[in-house]
Design a protein around this ligand. Structure first.
Ligand code: ATP
Ligand code: MG
Ligand code: MG
Ligand code: MG
Length: 477
């Protein structure tokens, strides 16, 4: 019997607890007191000040399973969902941390022991990358661990030019950062992709599982790098990716947790084909949306609330594509609780609130979605008849302005159908609208707000003293 995702989470934490690490609860998705970050996107976020030496704790070694959202900001995987086997908007990052305690040698040794002794991964399927100048890490892998040098690639800090890999990790544009070494798993030659450091690495054959960051610098706004008071370690392994390996499947969406969400969605929508891409997207999106609401976000027209709104609307659109009539998305909270409620009791405690917030947003959008889709389908039919491949900016604007289609939603549909979007035309239509609005009134130019549910809710704040965030927002009516 292979391990369940819940067992893997516990086994990871236990392994590091036995090595003197303090188990620390996941922090909320909204970084406390950090306006530089949209969402918590890595395990180190709650420890940022420990690395900077500002925050002193009673422990110098910690381990956690951190809930993360990567939808917007420096690390944004929203557009990857539904297209790769390994990306989610919401995922859990397993991590071990050293605050000026151990450094490269121990970090690599722990990683190797966990992967090959505890989890018993076949050594010959593992590949490694190191930062190109980091001879020390290279030597540890080769001399201490005995890892074959021909499966180690040296990779620089990719400033977007080279391949996807980047062995200099940073949380955001500023803050703690440093060189890293990463471990990849080869899922086999039936799957397209190449080893890290090759042009084919972005395929799904060689999947990155663990990143060990050697925190050494604090990057400032002007780009200067100040050495940290004490070199530290920050690691992150995707729980769903290691679960896929340990459960003998290729895609994260095939693991126990996702299969439950996918089957529940398929039952609800009476879909037979469990491989349908829309089911995977919905299963991904219910996790990010549920946890964003749990952590205090409501759909709105700006900032974090707008990211949430966009994700909900994308999910609702996929549901309607599968034939959903009426509310379905909010009904997935129970299946989510089935698989994640034990690890996150807040989901159970705030179930009704989460359902209510999501159902309101879903209802509001469902009212205009069908009409908007009709207009888009008509437009696309005309395009195809005229041998064109570009959806006009006017259409995208109308969908946005009148039917509540965020731009990325229309872009997602265009991508599915192999079409382009005239973004310049869209900008032009937006500007014309702004002009008209300015001429007509003294009020601001806040479009698209007839869908807002904010006026029905009253935000009263988070309680960060309790690791289980208490959402004290009250829905009126
Ligand atoms: P990738 O190159 O596959 O996009 P990454 O290099 O962006 O991953 P890191 O920032 O190094 O990822 O994060 C540490 C670990 O978290 C990764 O090695 C991976 O296991 C996991 N991870 C990162 N992004 C995601 C995601 N969107 N969904 C699921 N797991 C993820
Ligand atoms: Mg990435
Ligand atoms: Mg990577
Ligand atoms: Mg990485």
């Amino acid at each position: 019997m292979s391990m369940t995702t819940n067992q893997i989470r516990n086994a990871f934490l236990k392994f590091f607890e036995d090595k003197g690490h303090q188990i620390v609860d996941s922090s909320p998705l909204i970084p406390a007191n950090d306006p530089t970050l949209l969402f918590t996107n890595a395990g180190m976020v709650q420890f940022k000040d420990c690395f900077l030496g500002i925050d002193k704790r009673s422990y110098t070694r910690a381990t956690s399973s951190q809930r993360c959202v990567r939808a917007g900001g420096k690390h944004n995987d929203l557009e990857n969902v539904g297209y790769t086997a390994r990306h989610h908007t919401f995922f859990e990052m397993l991590g071990n941390f050293s605050f000026g305690d151990y450094f490269k040698k121990e970090a690599i040794a722990y990683c190797w022991e966990l992967l090959t002794e505890e989890f018993k991964l076949p050594k010959e399927k593992l590949w490694v990358t190191v930062y190109e100048e980091d001879d020390e890490a290279f030597d540890i892998w080769v001399n201490d661990i005995g890892f074959p040098a021909d499966r180690i690639s040296r990779i620089g800090d990719n400033k977007g030019e080279r391949y996807a890999s980047d062995n200099f990790w940073a949380m955001g544009d500023t803050g703690p950062c440093g060189p890293c070494t990463e471990v990849f798993y080869d899922h086999g030659e039936d799957i397209w992709g190449g080893p890290p450091g090759t042009p084919e690495e972005d395929g799904d054959r060689f999947i990155e599982i663990w990143n060990l960051v050697f925190m050494q610098f604090n990057r400032h706004k002007d780009g200067t790098m100040e050495p940290l008071p004490k070199p530290s370690v920050d690691t992150g392994m995707g729980l769903e990716r290691i679960a896929a390996i340990l459960q003998g499947v290729h895609s994260n969406y095939e693991i126990d947790l996702f299969q439950h969400l996918i089957k529940s969605t398929a039952d609800l929508l009476k879909v037979k084909d469990l491989d349908n891409k829309s089911l995977r997207v919905i299963a991904d999106h219910i996790r990010s949306c549920a946890f964003l609401v749990l952590d205090g976000i409501v759909p709105s027209n700006e900032g974090r609330g707008y990211v949430l709104r966009r994700i909900v609307r994308r999910a609702v659109r996929h549901g309607h594509q599968l034939g959903a009539k009426g509310i379905f998305f909010a009904k997935l909270i129970q299946p989510l609780i089935d698989v994640m409620g034990d690890a996150y009791p807040g989901l159970v405690e705030h179930k009704e609130l989460i359902e209510k917030v999501l159902a309101k947003e879903e209802e509001a959008f469902a009212r205009t979605l069908d009409k908007g889709m009709q207009i888009l389908d008509q437009d696309i039919a005309e395009l195809v008849a005229n041998n064109s491949k570009t959806i006009s900016g006017e259409t995208v604007f109308k969908l946005y302005d009148t039917y509540g289609f965020p731009q990325d939603l229309t872009a997602d549909i265009a991508r599915e159908k192999g079409l382009e979007v005239d973004w310049d035309g869209f900008e032009k239509a937006m500007n014309e609208q702004r002009e008209r609005a300015r001429a007509a009134s003294n009020f601001g130019t806040d479009y698209n707000d007839n869908f807002s549910i904010d006026e029905r809710s009253e935000f009263t704040g988070y309680d960060y003293t309790n690791q289980n965030v208490i959402v004290t927002r009250l829905l009126k009516g």
